[in-house]
Design a binder for this molecule. Structure first.
Ligand code: NAP
Ligand code: ZN
Length: 352
């Protein structure tokens, strides 16, 4: 074991504070990465504040962070994919069983024995996994991804969660040219959803509660922007969408969006609000619409997404912050005041 610098929370109500954590020495198949940037996902906030206590109760101290990019510092003797000095990235997954049907299908995100990057039982240490709000991480090579060299690193970090979480369901549900696609919530996930829907050639409509984001939505690739609190604007789109991706982190009315789907249209939730949301079932029945959810993506698809981003020069719009501004960033996240992802410059951790 060695000691790594990190920022953690000690309870659901405590602010982040500097700490040290134990990381394992790299095994034969491990890659040690010096973390250069880590994005701040709203999931980090849900988890730090134990908002998902029903499904994933938080173990404290908690070190979130699953949008990790950095440079390889050490590799185990059996590592062939990476060498010291390489750029590398880690997303939401750090292990799975490799034997179940989901893993065999390259869908490790559904493996019953997967290990998430933080707040999950860690078979190596006997404790829980610690995420990327830290100066280094040690991960099995199978869960380490390659970052295209043309991408800005601070802006590439959010691809590891916000990127794959929006890319994967759009690929699954066939978002292509000729399709009308809605993106609900122009936050970290939503703004990546807009970039991908646009890149896939779909007619892209953003639903936002923030009038001030209208121009940005168009700049990011939207063809139209709807202020979702304006019932008249919403009504104009009734029954017209092939696919809607909902990336809202809090309680809101899903039925308003289900009614915008055409026959056989699908609404996929990637946003993960704390409480159950009521659904008017007739909205689904009468037009054979479907409602589904989607978690992150598998390793192969995450690499495909990164390569797609490299080829199309797609990154996140980031506000780079020092780690000392973590608590302030969380407060701003709650106010939808981020354009459009915070990316922590981990060099700031050296001064702690
Ligand atoms: P975020 O940056 O905070 O964005 C959420 C957006 O929701 C806000 O920017 C805002 O956009 C909109 N919003 C806020 N309050 C609202 C309200 N009262 N009514 C309607 N819309 C509202 O969050 P994020 O990091 O993108 O994450 C979004 C959600 O996805 C979180 O719940 C997160 O846990 C979840 N998530 C899921 C997965 C997965 O695998 N499924 C992966 C990552 C994250 P506007 O200002 O445009 O309205
Ligand atoms: Zn995330």
């Amino acid at each position: 074991m060695y000691q790594a610098k990190a920022y953690s929370v000690s309870s659901a109500t405590a602010p982040f504070a500097p700490t040290t954590i134990s990381r394992r020495e790299p095994t034969d198949t491990d890659v040690q990465i010096e973390i250069l940037f880590c994005g701040i996902c709203h999931s980090d906030l849900h988890q730090a504040r134990n908002e998902w206590k029903e499904v994933m109760p938080t173990v404290y101290p908690c070190v979130p962070g699953h949008e990790i990019v950095g440079r390889v510092t050490r590799v185990g003797s059996a590592v062939s994919k990476f060498k010291p000095g390489d750029l590398a990235a880690v997303g939401c997954l750090v292990d799975s069983d490799h034997t179940c049907p989901e893993c065999q299908a390259n869908l490790e995100q559904f493996c019953p024995n997967m290990t998430l990057t933080y707040n999950f039982p860690d078979k190596h240490t006997g404790g829980v996994t610690y995420g990327g709000y830290s100066d280094s991480v040690v991960v099995d090579q199978r869960f380490v991804l390659s970052v295209p060299s043309n991408l800005d690193l601070a802006a590439a970090a959010p691809l590891l969660c916000a990127g794959i979480t929006t890319y994967s369901p759009m690929r699954h549900w066939g978002v292509t040219k000729g399709k009308k696609v809605g993106i609900v919530g122009l936050g970290g996930l939503g703004h990546m959803g807009v970039k991908f829907a646009h890149a896939f050639g779909a007619h892209t409509v953003v639903f936002t509660t923030s009038p001030s984001k209208k121009d940005d939505a168009l700049r990011l690739g939207a063809d139209e922007v709807v202020l979702s609190r304006d019932a008249n604007e919403m009504a104009k789109h009734a029954g017209s969408f092939d696919f809607i991706l909902d990336a809202v982190a809090v309680d809101h009315d899903l039925n308003a969006y289900i009614n915008l789907l055409r026959r056989d249209g699908n609404l996929t939730m990637v946003g993960a609000p704390e409480k159950p949301l009521p659904i008017a079932i007739f909205g689904l029945i009468m037009a054979r619409r479907s409602l589904s959810g989607s978690p992150i993506g598998g390793l192969a698809e995450t690499q495909e997404m990164l390569d797609f981003c490299g080829a199309h020069n797609i990154t996140s719009d980031v506000e780079v912050i020092p780690i000392q501004k973590l608590n302030e960033a969380y407060e701003r996240l709650l106010k939808s005041d981020v354009k459009y992802r915070f990316s922590i410059d981990m060099a700031s951790l050296k001064s702690e």
